[in-house]
Write a protein that binds this ligand. Sequence first.
Ligand code: SR1
Length: 325
Amino acid sequence: AGGVSGAPAPFDKGGVKIALISYISAGDFFQAYQAGAEAQAKSLDIDLRVFPGRQDAAEQREQVLQAINLGVSAIVIDHGLPESLGDVAQQALDKGIKVVAFDVNLNNPKIPQVEQSDHELAKLALEQAVKDNGTSFNAGYAYVAGFAPLDRRNEVWDKFRSENSGAVEKARFGVVNDTTATSTADQAKAVLSANPDITVVFAPYDEFARGVKLAANDLGVAKKLKIYSADVSTADIQEITEEGSPWVATVATNPAVVGAVSVRVAALQVAGQDVPQQITVKPTLLTQESLRAAGVKTIEDLAQKVPAFSRSDAATATWIPDKLF
Ligand code: SR1
């Protein structure tokens, strides 16, 4: 390890061990998040130890203990269940290890929280839904409780419905597992068959949206449905922009940028520099129409056209390269 010239200790020497412990590894969002974390780690000559997420709370908890035993300087915890992580995160802090949380509320003032401004994300998606459909429509809603970003988006959905009595939630469904899209598609098929009057689906996670689109295509009802989601990937862009797609808008960050920000927060803390308690990466509304008009086909195209998809101002320092994509 050679270190980074001009960086504060211990990054001047390099080889700083940091752990990335995820709850979910499958799916475009989490793969891109990890790739961004790895790219940022490489730029700082960090020895990033990645623990695979298998939607297993007990395993993730065990991984935090393993990281402590490995002698890492910081741990980035990416999603997970607060009840199985709070005490082991505290054990890490007690040993002088810095902890950063992405999308999991560990309710600890010593643990900075990275998020994508989920309230704004859901608000932008629902504003677009109103633009396209007015305020009266029958909706399907994909949601699984217990995930911090989905719970925050749900707060906005609840508020939206309380302010718009014409927006009716006809059915709620969704599953998060290692095959989220296809499992959600099975549920969406049942929901759309039982509720043929649903014209809007709010599916604020791209794996949910992909599942709903699959179901709509299988049932032959794609033409009368509009899907509003969160997240974006190259595969999502293809699905959104293809001819006849019911997936008409998404609100998203570049997950690779969020992964990079999470590692930067950890690095700043290890270097003894202050970071805010709340670090937000703001999302952007991407409509089917705007993506088609701009000829955007990949996430790299997006990064070229929308600055927020190539870098974030969050958690930067002169010694940290922040333009990685
Ligand atoms: C199961 S939680 C899925 C969400 O986590 C991240 O915040 C992504 O935006 C995704 O929608």
